[in-house]
Ligand binder design. Structure first.
Ligand code: ADP
Length: 529
């Protein structure tokens, strides 16, 4: 190549390569040099390289015919600056500028670019060129175009795959590490910074890693590593020290690469932060135990509720029967109707007991009662009658204010009566020492609801927080069970309303609850208070 010049680019016109030529002993000098040249060009082809020569200004003087084969053009098309037309449009001006610049200011040139092939596709080439000058001859640039397309594609694929791998590592927040046992160095991925607070892309001595492992774990970790059978993954949980000195629970998963003798040479793996997993596990365990506790106390509450509620109708029943008996004992013929009324009321109380069991078991198992349009006034009056009978009145006046005749709510009459009953009984008990004891009931429409207020003039709640009194088994009474208000709350909520208590501004206790109105009736104000 060196011996040829622009006037005689012989090897541009050389005969095809020596492939397939029979072996012979060459003695003639000219024949020898031709054979050597063929060998040289053959080597170039094998290496996918195209030699060329350019003048001091960068114009190509001669180029291997292989260029023409690949470009699908006559090799002469490349001469001068013709080669530029075959360079990818996006790379062309960059190559041109760099090439001219090198001619003027450099001794060597190296640039990768894409060039068009005969089929219109583009391949990556590396153009490497150097100045040379033989004594008495003009300055020349000799160069090589090397097809590096496969290399580029492999490199791009490797970069893509590395990028995917890094993205996956970022996504999992795993720290990827690679331990070279020959040099005893370990390399970590960037996640080391986020996970543990150490420098990203950290490479350090394996001894550094050992120092970060919790002292109580290091023996176990080492033993597990040694015991890992060939071909299996090494998985080990341990604690590793963060940059701030705290320890992070983590799991190491790795694959051990071994030499032909089965000796470990390299370990590559990932460290997964177990902090969140451990916290979640603890949370689940706590929830499970809370659920077990609450279902135990829920069962106890349901049982206590039943006994609490069931206690009431038999008490009323006994009162009615006792009343009837007293009337009969008086032997008063005019009392017959009252005896009959008392007996009817006793029978009703007995059937209430059965109904209560059904309603409460509905409430406990499904959280809701049977809904129907019911007259609130009826429920409040029933409850008042029962309270007066049950507690013998206690001298308490229960006043149901306003005309409630047409106020209908969606709810269960028995359940709502139960709410009134519980509130009235509590009030009567609270009013035991109050002069002129009174309970006033007012009902008013409130948006799609009816708002009921039950207010007494007793001592109120004192230092107790009213909202806390709704918790099951909360009582201030010596013989209380603390279920009345929690039952009220359960009933009201099951019927779609809300209940709350608060001290009344002029003293005494005030309870407010809402129940949905029968469809079609509503008022603008929907608030409970
Ligand atoms: P209990 O039947 O044990 O009294 P409740 O759930 O009915 O359970 O009531 C819980 C507590 O709420 C009562 O012990 C009492 O301290 C308070 N309470 C309820 N109603 C009134 C009221 N009208 N006035 C004052 N305190 C009341």
């Amino acid at each position: 190549m060196r011996s040829r010049s622009e006037s005689a680019p012989d090897w541009c016109r050389c005969s095809p390569m020596m492939r397939g030529t029979a072996v012979k002993t060459v003695t003639d000098q000219a024949e020898r040099s031709a054979a050597l040249e063929e060998l040289y060009r053959f080597t170039m082809r094998i290496n996918r390289q195209i030699p060329f020569v350019a003048d001091a200004g960068g114009a190509v003087l001669c180029i291997d015919p292989l260029w023409g084969e690949w470009a699908g053009a006559a090799p002469s098309e490349a001469l001068g600056f013709g080669f530029l037309h075959y360079i990818h449009h996006d790379d062309r001006s960059m190559v041109k500028v760099a090439w001219i610049d090198a001619m003027a200011h450099a001794d060597a040139f190296l640039l990768d670019h894409r060039a068009r092939m005969a089929d219109g596709s583009y391949r990556w080439f590396r153009c490497a060129s150097e100045k040379y000058q033989l004594p008495g001859e003009p300055l020349r640039w000799r160069g090589l175009l090397t097809d590096i397309d496969e290399l580029c594609r492999a490199r791009t694929a490797a970069q893509d795959s590395e990028a995917r791998f890094r993205t996956a590592a970022f996504a999992t927040r795993d720290v990827i590490w690679d331990l070279d046992l020959a040099t005893s160095t370990v390399t970590f991925s960037e996640c080391l910074a986020t996970a543990l607070g150490y420098d990203a892309s950290h490479t350090s001595a394996a001894s550094w890693w050992r120092k970060q492992v919790h002292p109580d774990d290091i023996d176990r970790v080492t033993q597990a590593f040694r015991a890992c059978p060939p071909g299996e993954r090494w998985i080990c949980d341990y604690r590793m020290r963060r940059a701030d000195g705290s320890y992070m629970p983590m799991q190491a998963r790795a694959f051990i690469l071994r030499d032909a003798h089965g000796r470990p040479v390299r370990v590559t793996g990932a460290l997964t932060d177990l902090t969140e997993e451990r916290a979640t596990k603890r949370r689940i365990e706590r929830l499970q135990s809370e659920m077990a506790d609450s279902s135990r106390s829920g069962a106890a509450a349901a049982f206590a509720m039943l006994s609490h509620e069931l206690n009431q109708p038999p008490t009323a029943l006994a009162n009615f029967v006792r009343g009837a008996r007293r009337l009969l004992e008086q032997d008063d013929p005019t009392a017959r109707d009252r005896v009959l009324m008392a007996m009817d009321a006793a029978a009703a109380s007995a059937s209430d007991a059965g109904a209560i069991v059904h309603r409460l078991s509905d409430l406990v198992s499904h959280g809701e009662g049977r809904l129907s349009a019911q007259n609130l006034w009826e429920a409040a009056n029933d409850a008042r009658a029962l309270t007066c009978l049950d507690t013998a009145g206690g001298g308490v006046r229960i006043e149901i204010a306003g005309d409630l005749g047409d106020l209908e709510v969606i709810g269960d009459r028995l359940q709502i009566r139960q709410v009134f009953l519980n509130l009235f009984r509590n009030a009567v008990e609270a009013l035991i020492d109050t002069p002129d004891p009174r309970v006033s009931v007012s009902v008013a429409p409130a948006g799609e609801f009816v708002r009921v207020a039950v207010i007494d003039n007793g001592p109120g709640f004192g230092a107790n927080k009213p909202e806390a009194l709704f918790a099951p088994f909360t009582t201030t009474k010596a013989n209380g069970v603390g279920l009345g208000l929690s039952i009220c709350q359960m009933i009201i909520e099951a019927n779609g309303g809300e209940i709350r208590a608060e001290p009344h501004p002029v003293g005494g206790a005030a309870f407010y609850f809402t129940v949905p109105q029968t469809e079609g009736r509503s008022d603008a104000d929907a608030s409970i208070g």
